[in-house]
Every structure is written in structure tokens, then in C-alpha cells.
Design a protein around this ligand. Structure first.
Ligand code: ATP
Length: 224
């Protein structure tokens, strides 16, 4: 579905990793762990074609990303929902408008109303839908970010520290939403430094744990 094949990348000439390979198989659930600064966000950005591999190949849904033009990348990106580390909302738009933004930008305004109501209730943000993003708590922001990532019904969800800055109960709630999405057939990749979150999954899902450290990606095993 998404494949990095012997990819090398560095920022400003400083190599972060080289010849790194990663496959997001359809329906898989994977965690990406590793110390701060190891390159987890960079790796995620390569997976959703926000960055281009400097060496090696990225394949998105069977297509070589380096051969895709802007529209081709945009088409592939529509199949990937991204939960960014810092949420990135437009502060003068309501929570509902922010969540619906990917649909409105794509000109699918008529779909927005129906999808939105269902999504707001799924993430438990119905009562907060008219508020502005700065009025939300950390956990509410993370849930709004997740709702926005899935409003286009993507095949793949890529979440960068989706449980950062929330308490244990809220992190469990967010994780259970991601597990639910995986049960619906979505491919899920979550970057987190929080090993307790991974351990808390127990047998809920067949998750694979990858560890990025010193430019090497290793499989840390299953949480089962
Ligand atoms: N746009 C950029 N320009 C220059 N350097 C960058 C850029 N983005 C990231 N870096 C550097 O690359 C390294 C990896 O950053 P990255 O954000 O990918 O790591 P991370 O594992 O996600 O870290 P964290 O867990 O702290 O979020 C860091 O040293 C960072 O400073």
C-alpha cells in the first residue's frame, strides 16, 4: 500500500537514515518508536509524500512517488489521513468547520454535513462543534485532529504522537479510536515515544512495533 524501499534522507545535508525500508501492508497496525530526534516525523512525512526520498523509492498505492506530478501526489494523499503532532487548526474556524475542511477544499461540501455529524459523535465532540480550536482541551484537540484526518475516508491513517499532551485515560480513548479504524480495515501507522501506550494494547490488535534509532529501523516485536 505504502512502501519505502532503501530510502535515504537527511535534512540540510545531515544524513538521518540511509537504505531504510518500510512497508505499510493493507490493514496492518504498526507503531513507530524511537528516541526524540531519531527521525520518526521525517519517516512519516516520507510515507505520506510530504518529503521526497533523496535515494531509494517510495511507492504509494503501487505507484512510484518520484514519477507522480503534483496532482498525482495530491490524489494519493487523499487516501492518507494524517494526524499531525501539533494538530494545526485554523483558529478562526469552528471545530466543525476545521474537521470538514478537507471535504470543503475538495469541493465535496454536500457530503460534509452528514459525515460531520457522525464523526463528531464518534470522537465525542458533538457539544464542542461550534467552539473555536483555542477553546478546546488538549484531548479534545487530538480527537478533532483525528476526526479531520478520517473525514475523507482514507485507506491509511498516519498519526504522529496522537496521544501526546493528554492524560492516560484520554490516550486510551484515542488509541481505541485508532484500533476501531483498523478493525474497519484501515491501515494504521502511529509514531509514539510512549511505550506504555503500546503495552496497554495487549491483545486488542495484532500490532507490530518498529524502532528507529541511529538511522536503523528494527522490528521490536509484536505487543501480543
Ligand atoms: N525541516 C527540517 N529542517 C532541518 N532539520 C530538521 C527538519 N525536520 C527535522 N529536522 C531534524 O531532523 C532530526 C529528526 O527530526 P524528527 O522530527 O523527524 O524526529 P522525531 O523522532 O520525530 O523527534 P520527536 O520524537 O522529538 O518528535 C532532528 O534532529 C530535527 O532537528
Amino acid at each position: 500500500m505504502i512502501e519505502l524501499d532503501n530510502v535515504s534522507y537527511g535534512h540540510n545535508g545531515t544524513a538521518l537514515f540511509s537504505q531504510l525500508s518500510l512497508t505499510l501492508a493493507p490493514g496492518s497496525f504498526q507503531f513507530l518508536t524511537g528516541p526524540s530526534g531519531a527521525g520518526k516525523t521525517t519517516l512519516l512525512r516520507l510515507c505520506y509524500a510530504d518529503l521526497r526520498a533523496q535515494k531509494g523509492k517510495t511507492r504509494l498505492f503501487g505507484q512510484d512517488a518520484s514519477t507522480l506530478d503534483r496532482d498525482g501526489v495530491a490524489m494519493s494523499r487523499r487516501r492518507i489521513g494524517v494526524v499531525h503532532q501539533d494538530c494545526q487548526f485554523i483558529d478562526h474556524l469552528s471545530v466543525a468547520e476545521n474537521i470538514a475542511l478537507p471535504l470543503t477544499v475538495a469541493g465535496r461540501v454536500s457530503e460534509a454535513a452528514g459525515n460531520l455529524k457522525e464523526l463528531l459523535s464518534w470522537v465525542g465532540l458533538g457539544p464542542q462543534s461550534g467552539r473555536l480550536p483555542p477553546e478546546l482541551s488538549g484531548g479534545e484537540r487530538q480527537r478533532a485532529a483525528l476526526a479531520r484526518a478520517v473525514i475523507m475516508s482514507p485507506d491509511v491513517i498516519i498519526a504522529d504522537e496522537p496521544t501526546g499532551n493528554v492524560d492516560w485515560e484520554m490516550s486510551q480513548r484515542l488509541l481505541s479510536l485508532l484500533v476501531e479504524l483498523n478493525r474497519m480495515g484501515k491501515t494504521v501507522l502511529i509514531a509514539t515515544h510512549d511505550l506504555n501506550i503500546i503495552r496497554s494494547l495487549k491483545s486488542d490488535v495484532d500490532a507490530r512495533v518498529l524502532r528507529l534509532k541511529d538511522g536503523q529501523l528494527t522490528t521490536a516485536g509484536s505487543v501480543l
